[in-house]
Design a binder for this molecule. Sequence first.
Ligand code: GDP
Ligand code: IMO
Ligand code: MG
Length: 425
Amino acid sequence: MTTRVDVLLGAQWGDEGKGKVVDVITPGYSVIARFQGGPNAGHTLIFDGKKHVLHTIPSGIFREGVMNLVGNGVVIDPVIFLREVDALAKAGVDVRDRLLIGRRAHLILPTHRALDAASEADQGKEKIGSTLKGIGPTYMDKTGRNGFRIGDLERADMKDRYQVLVRKHERLLGLYNEAFDWKQHEAEWLDALERLKTYRFVDSEHWLDEQLNAGKKVLAEGAQGTLLDIDFGTYPFVTSSNTISAGACTGLGVAPSRIGRVIGIFKAYCTRVGSGPFPTELLEETGEQIRQAGREFGSTTGRPRRCGWLDLPALKYAVMINGVSELAMMKADVLSGMETIRVCTHYRVNGQLTDRLPYDITGTVEPVYTTVPGWGELSVNEALPNGLEAYIRTIEAATRVPVKLVSLGPDRAETLMREAAAATL
Ligand code: GDP
Ligand code: IMO
Ligand code: MG
C-alpha cells in the first residue's frame, strides 16, 4: 500500500500561519517535510502558553513519534539551524531523534549573506526587501551549478570546495561599492558546520519513497507563499524558490502522481513584508488597526508587515496554480469588531473588469471591492457568527474550494474544523 504526500502551503505573500496549521494537523502524519526556502521563513507555533519560532526545522518537531525532514529544496544556514536546535533543546525537544536532512540540500555560506546584503544595498530604493539571509545568492549558486551541498560535508575535499566558492564570492563582492565584512562570521559558521555534521543525513528521495511504500502519511510543509514564487509570484519582488505545490515535487523528489491533498493557508485579510506590489494594501488607519490587532510584525526580521483587505483574484490564482483542494482561513479574530469588511472581488485593468491576476500588477490594477457585514468576538466553543460564516461562503463560492479549517487565535487550541456547506461549492 503506497500513500500520497499532502502539501500545505501559503496562498498569499507568506506568514499566513502555516506553522500553526502544520502543528495542529501533525498528529495525522508520520513525516513532516520542508521542501523549499530556508531561514527567510519564520513559522510560529503557540501552545501551553509558550511561543516557538522555527526557520529551517519543520513544524512537526514538537510532536512525539513524528519524523521531520529538511528536503533537498531547502537552503540551510548551519548557524541559524543550530540556534533553532538549541532553542528546541531548552524547550525539552531533542531534535537529533526526530530530524533528517537531505544530502542534496544546499548550504548558505557567510559570503552568500554578504552578497545578499551587497545586492540589496546596491539596488537602493529598488531593493527586494529581502530577509538578508543569503537566500537569493544561495539559489543562484544552486542553479549556476556552483553550490555547496550537505552531501559535500561527507567528502574529503570539502574544505577545498568551500574555498573555491568563497574565492568566487570574494570576486563578486569586489564588484559592489560597499564592503561587507563577512570574515567576522566565518569562524562561527565553520564551528556550526562541524556540529551540523553530527546530524543524520539521508538520500531523502529514497527515504521518502520507502516511507510512502510502507503506508506512512507524509505532509510537505511550504515556506513563503504563492505570490512570492519565483515563477508565478510578483516578480522580481519574490523569493528565489518555487513555493507552489509543484515545488514539493522538486524539493522532495516526489512524483506529481504521488501528491494528495493540497491545503492552501490564507489570512482573512492580506499582508506582505518587503517591497513589491500589493493591490489591496491599506495605507491609512485601518491598515494600522489590522497591524496592531494581528501583531503583524515579521517573525524573522521584526519588520512591520503591510496590511490590506482580502484579495480574491490573488487567492483564486493561488488555488489554480497549486491545485488547492481545501483552504484554511487564519486570523478571523483579528477582524472581530469591525462593522463592515471589504473584499476585493475583481481588478479593473485598463478600464476592464477582470478576476484574473495579470502579468504585471504594479500600479496597473485597481481593486474593486464588495462590502460585507463584520462579526463580533469569536470562540472555539461556539458556532461561527453569521457574519463570518457568510464571509467564508463568499470565499468558497469564489474559489470553489471548501474552507475546512478556521483559526480563531494563535494558540494550537484556537482552531475549528469546519464542514463546508456543499451548496456553495
Ligand atoms: P507562517 O510563516 O505562515 O508560519 O506564519 P507566521 O508565524 O510568520 O505568522 C503568523 C502569525 O499569526 C504568528 O504570529 C502566529 O502566532 C499568528 N497566528 C496564527 N494564526 C492566528 C490566528 O488565527 N489568530 C491570530 N490572532 N494570530 C494567529
Ligand atoms: P514564511 O515562510 C513573508 C519575502 C521578503 C522579501 C522577499 C524576498 O515565514 O511565510 P528573501 O529573503 O526570500 O530573498 O526575500 O520575500 N519573504 C517572506 N515574506 N514570509 C516569509 O516566509 C518570507 N520569506 C521571504 O520579505 O520581500
Ligand atoms: Mg512567517
